[in-house]
Design a protein around this ligand. Sequence first.
Ligand code: DC
Length: 221
Amino acid sequence: MINIAIDGPAGAGKSTIAKAVAKRLGMIYLDTGAMYRSVAYYVLEHGADVNDERAVEALLPGIEMDIRYENGMQQIYVSGKNVTPYLREPHMSKAASDVSALPCVRYKMVELQREFAASHDVVLDGRDIGTFVLPDANCKFFMTASPEERAKRRFKELTEKGSVCTFEEVLADINKRDYNDSHRAVAPLKQAEDAVRIDTTDMSIEQVTECVERIVKEKTK
Ligand code: DC
């Protein structure tokens, strides 16, 4: 199986690039952030606090996560319900970041991700794929961009979807999540030693996609 890991902070362009590269190379794309978002959604739906490890741990066995592809798009079903439409709402980003810091949640998600990668040619994007989930992935990338540029992209995406927010709020959220994701005790966001670092601040989507595709082809030929 071919496994490609793309890690990096929020808004660096990982999912856009991972999707494009997967499509060009005939592989599947797995959005691991959506898995943590699904857990956060389930916990909030059950009226629990995403920071309360005992409460979350008690809910975890009830989470039967089923990842499906419908018309080429990833859909996550949790205990029979398609939760995908709810995952990108702004409050879910913070909730996902909080819940993802809990070791019990990470162990469950990492196990699912490893099982998935063992049976599919897949491009995964996340925070800890190259360092922890798949240390032997065929290719690893660490994608980043300045916080201002990442906030600019997120702000555009949110306002296009009709969200009411200011640029300053989005930038503050990005900075908070960067801090949370890189300071947690288990598998924090960091670049794997053998990852190719790509700063996308001044690059177009096409340029980054081509760069990743070229490196993947070189490394897997
Ligand atoms: O990529 P995203 O913004 O959808 O991720 C949501 C949160 O999930 C992010 O703040 C950190 C967490 N996450 C993680 O801890 N490990 C991953 N492999 C993917 C996401």
